[in-house]
Design a protein around this ligand. Structure first.
Ligand SMILES: Cc1cc2nc3c(=O)[nH]c(=O)nc-3n(C[C@H](O)[C@H](O)[C@H](O)COP(=O)(O)OP(=O)(O)OC[C@H]3O[C@@H](n4cnc5c(N)ncnc54)[C@H](O)[C@@H]3O)c2cc1C
Length: 381
């Protein structure tokens, strides 16, 4: 077998690229021993609203990367509403959220990785993953690869997790997205809106409306997120609340292309590794509360890289301690708290509770968000 490597990273999204960039930062000697396999060619499409929270920017800054090099839109105020009224979040002298397009962001990150000497092979689709005592065989449409260890960074529908943990329970959210021209919406042009009005109808999530751009043209990104924690109850079709919200703003959902993709989310009891295999990003589990996953994928990369670097020092690849390392990190803590909050704020689905939460308990919600939802990237080692 020709294709022998020490570290194979399967998937070149933020999770895989961050793992490689952190590995090179921790131990530059590993650079030539890393290979990323990606099935698409950059810039490749990825369905995503592209909302970057400050934690994503902090992790990128620590890698010496400035996301302002990528086309973006800065959000002045993020609104968390129930039926059009609620909580507004502004950050003094800063943006509340930064919105990128994933084709541009991921291609930029891949270029940064390549400029640091990391090899990426595009157009290679993983078909099967077979770990054994000596290493891992990765079967692809371009032949077999052999590695000491692999990182499963192939996203919510990835093959790695299915191969190594076939019987693990799977929690996935349903998500739909639509892009419309900016001029037609009546929301404030640089504000982002999250509205939890579908919760009483058993859709455990929210409708969003973000400013964005496509090839420099101002656009709006609309969507609906349903974590699925109320899946046992009677629910309307997912696109109905989205159509309702868009209609409030004079838009007809049927005039636009609608796209959907699942998001696999984190559960504390989930396995995130096997001997010689680590999972990062959506393959390990994204945020169940909002379906946020870009900052998380970047954070997983930092933690996995530390685990891998140490395992090469020891010459031992069981990755037994990865789950604990993750749980103790700022990322593990925020994922755990978001999981707890998901099982509180969505199942208490009555209208009065949602009004209380978003309109009346504003200071409490802000404090909880500040402590448990944001600022976790500073606690990653
Ligand atoms: C509609 C929608 C809106 C979202 N909005 C936001 C948002 O605003 N903010 C936010 O933070 N998160 C958002 N997310 C979540 C976010 O997109 C993901 O959490 C994030 O992309 C996870 O990164 P990743 O690197 O783990 O996986 P991915 O970004 O999915 O990357 C996986 C990579 O692996 C490659 N791959 C997959 N299978 C194979 C294979 N068999 N062989 C080789 N390569 C393979 C893929 O081509 C891809 O490049 C959204 C998700 C959806 C669906």
């Amino acid at each position: 077998m020709d294709n022998k490597h020490d570290i194979l990273i399967l998937g070149g999204g933020p999770g895989g690229l961050s793992t490689a960039l952190h590995l090179v930062k921790i131990n530059p000697h590993l650079t030539s021993r890393i290979l990323i396999l990606e099935k698409e060619h950059y810039p490749r499409f990825k369905l995503c609203a592209g909302g970057l929270v400050v934690d994503a920017e902090i992790i990128l800054e620590r890698l010496g990367l400035d996301v302002r090099e990528v086309q973006h839109v800065d959000v002045d105020t993020a609104h968390f509403d129930f039926a059009g009224k609620g909580l507004s979040v502004r950050v003094a002298k800063k943006h509340a959220l930064r919105v990128i397009r994933r084709d541009e962001f991921d291609a930029w990150l891949a270029k940064k990785a390549e400029s640091r000497g990391i090899e990426i092979r595009e157009g290679v689709t993983i078909k099967n993953v077979r770990p054994d005592l000596e290493g891992v065989t990765v079967e692809t449409d371009c032949g077999n690869f052999r590695a000491q260890i692999i990182v499963g960074a192939d996203g919510s529908n990835g093959i790695t997790r299915k191969c190594i943990l076939p019987n693990e329970p799977l929690q996935t959210a349903r998500v739909l997205e639509i892009i419309t021209p900016a001029g037609q919406a009546s929301h404030k042009s640089n504000d982002a809106y999250f509205d939890f009005f579908p919760v009483p109808n058993n859709i455990a999530g929210y409708v969003w409306d973000f400013p964005t751009q496509v090839h420099g043209q101002p656009m709006r990104c609309w969507g609906i997120y349903d974590s699925n924690v109320l899946a046992g109850h009677k629910r309307p079709a997912l696109k109905e609340p989205l159509a309702e919200e868009m209609a409030h703003h004079g838009l007809n959902l049927n005039d636009y292309e609608i796209k959907g993709h699942p998001i696999r989310w984190y559960e504390p009891q989930n396995q995130v590794s096997a001997p010689r295999v680590l999972l990062v990003g959506d393959a390990a589990g994204a945020d169940p509360l909002f379906g946020e996953g870009i900052s998380m994928a970047l954070g997983y990369g930092a933690i996995a890289a530390r685990e891998i670097a140490e395992s090469f020092q020891r010459g031992e690849f069981s990755f037994r301690r990865y789950r604990q390392r993750l749980a103790r990190s700022g990322l593990g803590q925020t994922l755990f708290m978001r999981w707890v909050i998901t099982y509180i704020i969505y199942p208490i689905k009555w209208k009065w509770f949602q009004i209380l939460l978003w309109r009346i308990l504003k200071p409490v919600v802000l404090v909880v968000a500040w402590i448990f939802i944001l600022n976790w990237s500073k606690r990653i080692k």
